[in-house]
Design a protein around this ligand. Sequence first.
Ligand code: GLN
Length: 445
Amino acid sequence: GELTSEEIIDGFIDRMNNVEADVKGFVSRLENSSGAEIKEIGDLRGIPIAVKDNMATLDFPTSCSSKLLEGYTTPYEGTAVKKLKEAGAVIAGKTNMDEFAMGSSTENSGFMTSRNPWNLDHLPGGSSGGSAAVVAAGEVPAALGSDTGGSIRQPAAFSGLVGLKPTYGSVSRYGLVAFASSLDQIGPLTRNVKDAALMLNILAGKDQMDSTSADVEHPDYLAEIEQDISGFRFGVPKGYLELELHPDVKARVEEAIERIKENGGEVVEVELPPADQALAIYYIIAPAEASSNLARFDGVRYGQRLGDGDIEEMYQKTRNEGFGSEVKRRIMLGTYALSAGYQDELYKKALKVRTLIRDQYKAVFEEVDFIITPTCPTPAFKMGEERDPLETYLTDIFTVPANITGSPAISLPAGFSEDGLPVGVQLIGSAFSEKRLLQAANSLE
Ligand code: GLN
């Protein structure tokens, strides 16, 4: 007979119980189906979905994997989470992440480091690394991540999953703890493109609670997903495959390009701004916005409060002991970029370059429907390897342009490296082209 929702949930919880000690993807989670709020409605009825720890939930704390917010529970629920529940999903738990979404590996989590289920000596990527790990390990069929500079797509690539960053404004950010508000988007990590389309159907839409959510008509992203791609034009950015790339990544991307041609797609070379340009301004704009957004974590309203002397001491102690070193680094970088005397040279200049990059992408999308690139220059990072912060920042080179331009982008599994680690390929589309982007992705799967 048919499985009941309780049996489905208990099956996934069994899986969590078996693998979580190794995978370490959840910072909080359901322990049994009797704790679950089951609604027998919707496309996701009885399906457990994991949520990154930076999205407001009533069922679990929202700590952004930061000591500063450890155990903090919001008095409200974010829109994306609410929509999942309205579609019948059960929130399975909150997933580990780099603190406040700053990082690429979960090593910056204030709590623990998650593992890559394909090879436990490797990392699942980040910052939505816990979300990627729990989907890749079969603990849930899908998870929500957030993507400010690649944090959905890079962990999806490292973990053999599909990761979709929707167009800026497609999905409400209400209830997402802001990192860099002009770049942040919520999106799904799933095992296949159809599940990503189903999740986008549920998540997308204008929300009164987020003035930056777009008032556009969203099509049914799952309908016509099997559309063949003859007539679709794909652009390979000139010089990108000559950048410093792991040879297996390069080989898998070249194979994906061949597959596009075999499937009837047209491939041409396109001229994009140098890849490191978007990266350079990302590491000004994102810290600048973060330094402002994180000013609220001062011991007054949210999470832990330390010190019992004057208010100055409270701010200092709360922030000094609550924030980890990467978060402090970003706050210092951002404060510097916004300070009088430097903001014209740094922040304001970065905004001008952002406009120029947007214009160049717009022009390229007159010629082609999609841009194809690697998702990340390498397969999953190894656990415990020394990487200096700048080295890690450089690995965001292929993902940040979609955030800088607001474009939708998807990472797809493209095969494996010689040592058996997943490799991802990225497709970027023009604003609100998710329907075709998902069709193109589906044809390559
Ligand atoms: N790795 C990038 C960073 O550290 C992206 C983070 C993100 O998308 N949240 O900023």
